[in-house]
Design a protein around this ligand. Sequence first.
Ligand SMILES: Nc1ncnc2c1ncn2[C@@H]1O[C@H](COP(=O)(O)OP(=O)(O)O)[C@@H](O)[C@H]1O
Ligand SMILES: [Mg+2]
Length: 371
Amino acid sequence: MKITIENLQLRYGKFTAIDNMNLEIGDHESVVLLGKSGCGKTSTMRCIAGLEEPTAGRITIGDTVVFDAEAGINIPPHRRNVGMVFQSYAVWPHMTVFENVAYSLKVQGLGKAETANRVHEALELVGLEDFASRGASLLSGGQMQRVALARSLVMRPDVLLLDEPLSNLDARLRDRLRIELREIQLQLGLTTVYVTHDQQEAFALADRIALMQNGVIVQMNSPSAMYLEPASAQIAHFLGVSNVHPVTAGASGTYTVTDTDLTLASAGLEPVGAGELHACFRSEDIRLSSTGAPGANSWRGTVRVSSFQGSTIRYAVEVASGMPDLDILAPLSAAERFQPGDSVWVTMDAGAVQILPQDAPLIQERAGVAA
Ligand SMILES: Nc1ncnc2c1ncn2[C@@H]1O[C@H](COP(=O)(O)OP(=O)(O)O)[C@@H](O)[C@H]1O
Ligand SMILES: [Mg+2]
């Protein structure tokens, strides 16, 4: 079911946690709210669920206006048909898995047979069909989150809200549950809003990512477009681009790294937005060689650190005094390997270099790369 958020504002006293947010989530769509801790993700969720009363704006779920500050509409949480799963394991330890999942149906007064059917259906979806009679206190963290998810799904919500549901789990389990969650979301065609600060999780689960900073959505895109075309140097850095350096624009699409004589060429889009320009390039897009010639995107450097990471080797290379070392990721299969102290040439394609403003202009959708 479609969710429309218009001009949403939420203040805690004088502090503005959500600032004039506009967001439309399509029917069956999975939107991930991604951003650093404190940027307003949970607050947004709580407004959709009805657990928080916004100071301004309107929220519509399907055809129902569930909140409208001006019209004085505020439908309580239990009448919004919204399911929620939180970071903490919200299961009742003294009940069995079955009882946990059946609880809300019982409150609704659903018959025994129908309840059993729906509980088993939900447990099957989350892979806990063999655990119905187990005491909830005997479950692992991952299983508890499955119970929490089943408890939401059994209510057949129009909308599912998930707030960092995997962040208390260990990395391997997180990876697996992430894929299972995506499968369930697609299988049921559920409209979901998923909150996380982890970009890998966002990439894996989203149809579209809404990237938040300081209570504002600064970029909204498909995962691949977000990865390929971050709107600002800050966003690029947040999304794992490890080489971000201030530059000064020179003649016809060339740039100089500030306070150095290193020159850059970029085949990216013309930068738009406010603030100092930065060159952003990914560690895996830089090549190292023992031979080379000076020029744009071809610099001389000295290896300072070389660390073996399995399928890759990570190098820290100094290219100019006073400039942070470049972060370079070379495949283990690269023709040459280098040691600290080695003199090297660093090169990259113009297509790998993005020139971006420090701050994002408030563009909700950037044209360009499609999913
Ligand atoms: N009940 C509250 N009272 C005052 N400030 C709050 C309250 N809840 C959250 N905040 C503040 O609002 C901001 C956004 O919080 P939150 O939505 O929880 O962020 P996130 O989920 O992105 O980490 C934070 O700066 C937080 O400290
Ligand atoms: Mg939060």
